[in-house]
Design a protein around this ligand. Structure first.
Ligand code: TXA
Ligand code: MG
Length: 314
């Protein structure tokens, strides 16, 4: 049995930017402080073969959800009937959204869910911040439904494992996004289409699959769209042009006349990951001809950083 002291100890780790495995009604989550880019970077690092997929922000109550996102009337209707439960809503970020840029992979939307599990709720409450959590498995493995799976897959990367026995659902949450009064099911899961249509009635269209719009182009094999700056991006640049904005990494000295940012002067890839999307946004606003990006080592989180940069440059 988990005690209040176990929860308090786990919450302390969350606040320190470390990772906690915790149960939800669907699968075990690999949790971190949603407001910290560095903590989110640790999640991607721990999952192996790192990729910056946007994460779900788990909340303890409606108040916390409303701080994070803008919920349209249909989304509100769904959550009033189906939360807490295995239903995740993708909504536009609120103006003062506390969720870190890396956790949402730089998108203007955020995925929010209120899990139906006393341990998850107690942990979020004790931590005092929303908790971002992907399923607690290594990349490419199936989602973990017991702490033994989590230990096998992620072991040492996790500071605390809250063991609450096998998860009751076993299937991840259903992810929906409402666009222009139509409900798109981005991922089928614990909440069925029948559950959704029972709540919404026949007048609301429910469509399986990706949202296709200028802002959210669907990419094969990928649920979420990708953050792309308006300004063209050039990669592996060693000699930037004077009218370009420059993004560098590590302890380098530049004599660039235009705007420039360093992802991590110390050459720390975790810090660089945490800074990536906000740096791109800032340089995008500089109004330069292009964003020139210096080479970034292709190891560890560098692989995911380079993957996102290639997409931004495509
Ligand atoms: O049941 C669950 O949802 C579990 C438990 C731990 O809560 N979590 C989970 O997280 O399955 P994860 O990271 O394995 O899957 C989250 C999915 C990803 O496919 C991601 O692309 C999508 O949610 N997602 C997150 N934010 C999104 C956004 N803004 N737009 C579209 N898709 C998003
Ligand atoms: Mg997963």
């Amino acid at each position: 049995m988990l005690t209040d002291r176990d929860i308090a100890a786990a919450a302390t780790e969350i606040r320190a930017g470390n990772l906690v495995a915790f149960p939800t009604e669907t699968v075990y989550g690999l949790g971190a402080d949603a407001t910290s880019g560095t903590a989110a970077a640790r999640i991607f690092e721990a999952k192996g073969r790192p990729q910056f997929n946007p994460l779900i922000a788990h909340v303890e109550d409606l108040v916390q959800a409303l701080q994070i996102g803008h919920f349209d009337p249909i989304s509100r209707h769904l959550i009033s009937a189906l939360w807490p439960g295995p239903l995740t809503l993708v909504v536009p970020k609120s103006q003062a959204c506390p969720v870190a840029d890396l956790a949402t992979a730089g998108l203007d939307t955020v995925a929010v869910r209120m899990p139906d599990h006393p341990v998850a709720t107690a942990l979020i409450r004790a931590a005092g911040v929303p908790i971002v959590a992907p399923s607690a498995n290594r990349s490419g493995h199936v989602s973990a439904t017991t702490i033994a799976h989590v230990r096998e897959d992620l072991g040492p990367a996790v500071s605390v494992m809250l063991d609450s026995g096998p998860c009751r659902g076993g299937l991840e949450s259903t992810i929906v996004q409402v666009v222009e009064d139509e409900v798109f099911v981005l991922r089928p899961g614990g909440t069925t289409i029948e559950d959704l249509s029972h709540v919404l009635g026949p007048s609301v269209a429910i469509t399986a699959g990706h949202v296709v719009s200028a802002d959210a182009p669907s990419a094969p094999g990928q649920l979420a769209s990708h953050y792309a700056p308006q300004t063209p991006v050039r990669l592996n640049v060693t000699t930037p042009e004077p009218d370009e904005a420059l993004l560098v990494f590590g302890p380098v000295e530049t004599h660039h006349p235009g705007p420039q940012l360093n992802l991590s002067e110390a050459g720390d890839l975790t810090a660089a990951a945490a800074n990536l999307f906000s740096a791109l946004r800032k340089l995008d606003k500089a109004g330069c001809k292009a964003i020139a990006v210096a080479p970034i080592p292709d190891v560890g989180l560098g692989t995911a950083i380079n993957d996102r940069l290639r997409r931004a440059a495509a």
